[in-house]
Structure formats: structure tokens, C-alpha cells
Write a protein that binds this ligand. Structure first.
Ligand code: IPD
Ligand code: CA
Ligand code: CA
Length: 274
């Protein structure tokens, strides 16, 4: 299948692009696994909890070099800012988080993901979430379906809120300036259970594969969710900001992804932004 951008430039065969993306994701994963045998340089960014390492940066650079060699017109919006300044999603844009869950990478040596979304003229076409230590890949091609390794992911079935397991960071259930935490406490009392994995991409991978029924956060960036939202669409998961609108892919935004029934109930009855 050939894809055209709005300008009518013939850009590529989607299957070929998919194969290329999978190949470089697995190669990057191999490089990250090997990095445990040498020293990690850990720095903080916006806060003491916001970590970055030399491996995050090296991995992003690895992707940029590979992608630019594949097609120099593709642009890269990466967390570590090593691609170009992307101010629109025109053309082919790769949204990349080289390591999602850097704290897990540094502290636990597991539960961190490479996640990539490939957008063409703003439409998500190919999505990937790769669990580096397990070697597990969640992926999707727009309109063709989603897979967990070689197995197709099934459409999500309705779940009652009281039987749902949701992903949420404990921060949002303590008093904070962004959301009414009392309402979230009542949500937590209502559901069957909660989990917090420390990687937004991992929580999204669990929602699309039915291991979680929803995940919410008050502040995520495009690279945290770009790949995941493309997979979500293929399994019928709903992904919006906390106003129920499209996530802002050129900035930061609130985020709620879930099984459609659970997403609707949470949004309607338990979210009050401050
Ligand atoms: C972070 C993780 C974390 C989420 C943070 C993200 P990073 O990404 O996804 O689970 O709560 O908001 O920034 O910094 O490890 O790539
Ligand atoms: Ca991230
Ligand atoms: Ca990251």
C-alpha cells in the first residue's frame, strides 16, 4: 500500500515502513540491554524525579540517524530534543520516546519501553510499544489491526467500572492543584483495583491488551502516548484528554485512555479539573 502526504508526495509502502520501524526498534532494544554492562550517566531535567541518561540520548540519536538515512524528509519529534523543532505534523513525523520509564530503567532494570508513533499529515499510521527487557512488541497499522508480537489483539469488550483495574499514579490521589483528588479517591474505592507501573507507554500497552481497563494522567507529552494511541484505535480503546477532546500532540496535555465503557464513566463521574 502506498501512502500520499497532502502535498501528493509519494512517500512509501506502509508495510516496508513498518518492517523498517520494527527492525530499528529491536536493534535499539538490543543496544539498551547491552548498556547494562557499562556505566550509566544519570542526570535530572525539570525536577529531581525527571531523569535522563546517556542511553536515552544515545538511543534517540540512533533512531534519528537510521530514519534520516532511510528517508531524509521524515521529521523526528523526540523527547530528548535531538531531532528538529517540530511545530506541525505535516508530512511524515516520527514521535519517539527512546526510553519511557527512565526511572524504572535506572532503578529496576525492567519495565521501560521504547515507544514510537509514525504520523502522516497528523494522522497516526503506525504505532509501537516495545518492552525492552521482555522483548515484547505491541504494534498497530492504522485500519489493519493491532498485534502483541505475532498474535492479533482483540477488540476490547465492555467492563463494569466495579470490575475494572485502572492505572493511576498515587500523586493524583493526594491534594494537588490540577484535579479534585477526593473524586479520584471515590473512583479508587469503586474499581476492583489500581496499578502504577511508572511507564505511561506500558500502562497504555496494558489497556490495549485488556490487562488494565483505563489509565489516566494529568500531564503527559506526545512521545509518551503517540505510538499507544495508534494501537488504541485499532482495538476500540478511547484515548482523549480529560476534557474528552483530542490530545494536543504539539504540547503537553492531560490523558485518559480506556475501554470505552470505563472511559465514559470515569470522564463523566470522576473527573473535576481544578
Ligand atoms: C514518564 C513515564 C511516567 C509518567 C511521566 C513520564 P519518561 O516518561 O511515562 O510513567 O508518569 O509523566 O514523563 O520520563 O520516563 O520518559
Ligand atoms: Ca516518557
Ligand atoms: Ca523518555
Amino acid at each position: 500500500m502506498l501512502l500520499l502526504t497532502k502535498k501528493g508526495v509519494k512517500c512509501m509502502d506502509i508495510k516496508q515502513l513498518d518492517n523498517f520501524a520494527k527492525e530499528i526498534i529491536k536493534e535499539a532494544g538490543e543496544r539498551i540491554r547491552k548498556s547494562f554492562s557499562y556505566d550509566l550517566i544519570v542526570e535530572t531535567k525539570s525536577s529531581a524525579n525527571d531523569l535522563v541518561t546517556n542511553i536515552d540520548r544515545e538511543t534517540e540519536l540512533f533512531f534519528i540517524k537510521k530514519i534520516k538515512t532511510y528517508n531524509a524528509t521524515h521529521r523526528i519529534l523526540g523527547e530528548e530534543g535531538m531531532g528538529e523543532a517540530v511545530q506541525s505534523l505535516e508530512g511524515v513525523v516520527w514521535i519517539i520516546d527512546p526510553i519511557d520509564g527512565t526511572m524504572n530503567f535506572v532503578k529496576q532494570h525492567r519495565h521501560f519501553m521504547i515507544t514510537i508513533g509514525i504520523f502522516i499529515d497528523g494522522v497516526g499510521k503506525l504505532g509501537y510499544i516495545y518492552d525492552v527487557m521482555r522483548g515484547d512488541l505491541f504494534c498497530a497499522i492504522e485500519g489493519e489491526g493491532a498485534w502483541y508480537n505475532d498474535s492479533p489483539l482483540r477488540k476490547l469488550q465492555p467492563v463494569k467500572l466495579e470490575e475494572a483495574v485502572i492505572g493511576i499514579n498515587a500523586n493524583w490521589v493526594t491534594p494537588n492543584g490540577k484535579i479534585n483528588h477526593e473524586k479520584l479517591i471515590s473512583l479508587i474505592r469503586k474499581v476492583r483495583g489500581t496499578r502504577s507501573y511508572g511507564s505511561a507507554a506500558m500502562e497504555i500497552a496494558f489497556v490495549v491488551s485488556g490487562k488494565l481497563d483505563a489509565y489516566l494522567s494529568m500531564r503527559l507529552a506526545p512521545w509518551d502516548i503517540g505510538g499507544g494511541t495508534i494501537i488504541a484505535k485499532e482495538v476500540g480503546a478511547v484515548a482523549t484528554n480529560l476534557n474528552g477532546e483530542y490530545f494536543d500532540f504539539l504540547g503537553q496535555d492531560t490523558f485518559l485512555i480506556g475501554n470505552p465503557t470505563v472511559h465514559k464513566e470515569i470522564l463523566t463521574n470522576y473527573i473535576e479539573q481544578l
